[in-house]
Design a protein around this ligand. Structure first.
Ligand code: PMP
Length: 453
């Protein structure tokens, strides 16, 4: 059957996210029709390995029988019912299941649909919490350069990626910005020692000094869980999160950790907070929460925070926030099944050797002339391509070197989406060692084909 009408309609009617549509409309694009495990199939029947887990969210593979069944079972009961002043069965059960596996301090779940919303909610809760306590001067957030927390105005306000965020500056609220831990660590200690604990100490002094001077007006410290993902997979030096926890405790500041990207196994643990040995006051989750099936996100908070919102109706202390689909039963039923699959398939246990394999094989990328840096955090990695390794001079932005490498990968049957000139390796957690080896071999060849001509 001729399906070329889909390509025409895609270009005619569909405005794609984070996409220069002029170029998109000039190029051939993948229109996916179905998926199976780590593979997706386009409308022409071509098969591609999903190299970035459909934007970092797929966990157990596409078209998973158990997740499918959970969705089918639920849709036969009810697809949606509001949770504003009422409830539904899967949303209740999943809230309990999530609290059972989350850091123990976190006791309440506030649902939303996407990572950006989960962060928007985290920020509003933190601000509102201090107001309910009568500490009206606590209006500011401390954030990090190169942070990414999503694309809504509040999430952009606490973000720090200039190319995405600078355009909106007049619309954003003011925040205090600390340096990006990885980039600052490289500056202060060099690439080899960037991730060491001693480097953390060098970074923390500055942060602590700043907090010491300004803590009375700070509502929360916002940061990603262990790695700045969208900035190009920039891991925090060892102990950085622990030190931030210590400072937040000392100065009575809420620690808000964004685990939208790192949650649900990506760090090698269920949550990066576990890996880092910390408990935040507020944690945002999304992406892998439904195994990559449906839009669902969650903001988890402590009882201490939740209790500040309790009061008589007339006191108007409650949290004025909610979306039409908050706690959607279809999404929550798949989220319940997602956690069950983690158990049944021993996903985290089976992931460990693959993290090791990735670590070993990443070393090979240093052999390539135009690789400037190689970074890994759990089961995510970034390979930074530069024109000159010594000076770290980048390729010109307009050359789209990363996209060209992605084009080469496509020829080899792998779909990836780079972050600028950082090639991202983030396949579903269920990828096999053979598939991972093929992915890495292809990436090496593709980088060579584009940069060493
Ligand atoms: N926070 C982090 C750490 C992310 O990586 C992302 C998405 N890449 C988001 C928030 C935003 O999530 P969403 O795209 O679901 O809004």
């Amino acid at each position: 059957m001729d399906k070329s009408y889909l390509e025409k309609w895609d270009k005619e009617y569909f405005w794609h996210p984070f996409t220069q549509m002029k170029i998109y409309r000039e190029e051939e694009n993948v229109i996916v029709e179905r998926g199976e495990g780590v593979y997706v199939y386009d409308i022409h029947g071509n098969r591609y390995l999903d190299g970035v887990s459909s934007l970092w969210c797929n966990v157990h593979g596409h078209n998973h029988p158990k997740l499918n069944q959970a969705l089918i079972d639920q849709v036969n009961r009810i697809a949606h019912f509001t949770t504003l002043g009422a409830s539904n069965v899967p949303a209740v059960v999943f809230a309990k299941n999530l609290i059972d596996i989350a850091p123990p301090k976190l006791r309440k779940v506030f649902y939303s649909e996407d990572g950006a919303e989960a962060m928007e909610i985290a920020i509003k809760i933190a601000y509102h919490y201090w107001h309910n306590k009568g500490e009206f001067q606590r209006n500011k957030f401390v954030t990090l350069s190169e942070a990414y927390h999503g694309d809504t105005i509040g999430s952009v306000s606490v973000g720090g990626i200039n190319i995405f965020h600078e355009k909106y500056r007049p619309l954003l609220f003011d925040v205090y910005k600390m340096p990006s831990p990885y980039l600052e660590a490289v500056k202060k200690a060099g690439r080899e020692k960037a991730l060491e604990y001693d480097t953390t100490k060098l970074l923390i002094e500055e942060v602590e000094e700043f907090i010491f001077k300004n803590h009375q007006e700070i509502a929360g410290f916002v940061l990603e869980g262990g790695v700045q993902g969208a900035a190009g997979i920039l891991p925090f030096p060892k102990g950085y999160l622990k030190e931030i926890r210590r400072i937040c405790d000392e100065y009575n500041i809420l620690m808000i950790v964004d685990e939208v990207a790192t949650g649900f196994g990506r760090s090698g643990y269920m949550f990066a907070c576990e890996k880092e040995g910390i408990e935040p006051d507020i944690m945002a989750l999304g992406k892998g929460i439904t195994g990559g099936y449906l839009p669902l996100a969650a903001t988890l908070v402590t009882d201490e925070i939740f209790n500040e919102f309790l009061g008589e109706f007339g006191e108007a202390k409650h949290f004025y926030h909610g979306h039409t689909y908050t706690g959607n039963p279809l999404a929550c039923s798949v989220a319940i099944a997602n956690l069950e699959v983690f158990e049944e398939e021993q996903t985290l246990k089976k992931l460990q050797p693959k993290i090791k394999l990735l670590e070993e094989r990443l070393k090979e990328f240093w052999d390539l002339k135009h690789v400037g840096d190689v970074r890994q955090y759990g089961f995510m990695a970034g390979i930074e391509l530069v024109r000159d390794r010594k000076s770290m001079e980048p390729f010109p932005y307009g050359e789209r070197t990363g996209f060209k490498v992605a084009g080469e990968m496509l020829k080899r049957g792998i779909w990836v989406r780079p972050l600028g000139d950082v090639m991202v390796i983030m396949p579903p957690l269920v990828i096999t060692e053979d598939q991972l080896n093929y992915f890495l071999d292809s990436l090496k060849e593709s980088i060579k084909a584009v940069t060493e001509v």
